[in-house]
Design a protein around this ligand. Structure first.
Ligand SMILES: [Zn+2]
Length: 318
């Protein structure tokens, strides 16, 4: 039985969130080899304090979430807020240069008819057996992006927020790419609230990967398994289950995308994200079948993720 309980996504573009995001990127806190090159003392002090506080924090990502969402509850976040406040004026110029494009994107996104995705989202919630409330409002905070970069995003765990850098290029697909990223992050929240996905994916990991294959640099296997599942539902590269809705193209198939993938394999310019998408591509057809039968995510699909990773890293990639 289908109940029309519409998903709600709100879009914001605010300076403070952008300031914190900009500052943490400059600080390179999650990449200790990154040298900070800033000539101004006040700004340098803010960046160094932010980096030190995050390195000390037991859960730096959740401290950053507090700052991005302006819901400060821990002393660590409060301390950072006070330490970096004096340097906020250094961000004024960047904000002034970029805010109008963000407001335009916000306006465009607010006018998207998300009701069109509602039925699919409801079936994904069921498929993942997620304890997810589709009537709750999720907020997408828009961040400044470079003209030459793709749309990217992060779902902030344990919050109703996601961060999305919209595609601000002149590409014809820019709006669809941004929309796909918004939906990808939204689906991460759905997956976070599932009690079945992680243990099932862990079983598949133990069966097919275990200690046999090292994860690629900068990635861990747990997130690669979760990401393959989420990409199979929503991905800019392969489209996934949402491809017909967002790109107005048929469901993606392995046959369609294999030549392009193999060309990149032979040229040796494959990224780990390409590999994750490649794996995700293999399970789209299974997911469609499960959804049509009202079946829930299970070991069969997780094993296919494990098997496809194993096959890639032990044969295709060499
Ligand atoms: Zn993701």
């Amino acid at each position: 039985m289908y109940y029309a309980v519409y998903m709600k996504i709100k879009f914001t573009a605010n300076k403070t969130t952008n300031y914190y995001y900009w500052l943490q990127a400059l600080s390179g806190w999650d990449n200790p080899n990154n040298d900070i090159e800033v000539s101004d003392d006040v700004l340098l002090r803010a960046i160094v304090s932010l980096r030190e506080s995050l390195e000390r924090a037991p859960n730096p990502r959740s401290v950053l979430s507090e700052l991005y969402t302006s819901r400060i509850t821990t002393s660590e976040a409060l301390e950072i807020q006070q330490l970096v406040q004096p340097a906020e004026e250094y961000f004024d110029r960047i904000w002034a240069l970029n805010k109008d494009i963000l407001f335009t994107k916000q306006h465009d996104l607010q006018h998207v008819d998300f009701n069109a995705y509602d039925r699919t989202i409801q079936s994904i919630v069921q498929f993942l057996d997620a304890q997810f409330d589709t009537t709750k409002t999720y907020t997408t905070q828009l961040l400044i992006n470079d003209k030459n970069s793709h749309a990217v995003g992060h779902a902030l765990r344990n919050t109703n927020y996601t961060l999305v850098m919209p595609d601000v290029s002149n590409k014809e697909t820019a709006q669809s790419n941004t929309l796909m990223t918004v939906m990808h992050e939204y689906i991460h929240h759905v997956e976070f609230s599932s009690k079945i996905t992680r243990p099932i994916l862990k079983n598949a990991y133990e069966k097919y990967i275990g200690n046999n294959i090292d994860s690629p640099a900068g990635h861990d296997w747990q997130s690669m398994f979760v990401e393959a599942l989420v990409f199979s539902l929503a991905s800019k590269r392969i489209g996934g289950l949402l491809r017909p809705l967002i790109y107005d193209k048929p469901s993606p198939s392995v046959e369609e995308m294999k030549p392009g993938f193999m060309r990149r394999v032979s040229r040796n310019d494959l990224t780990t994200y390409d590999v994750i998408n490649w794996v995700a591509l293999h399970i789209v057809v299974d997911i469609e079948e499960y959804l049509s039968k009202g079946k829930t995510f299970d070991q069969g699909i997780a094993d296919k993720i494990g098997k496809t990773y194993k096959e890639f890293y032990l044969t295709l990639s060499r």
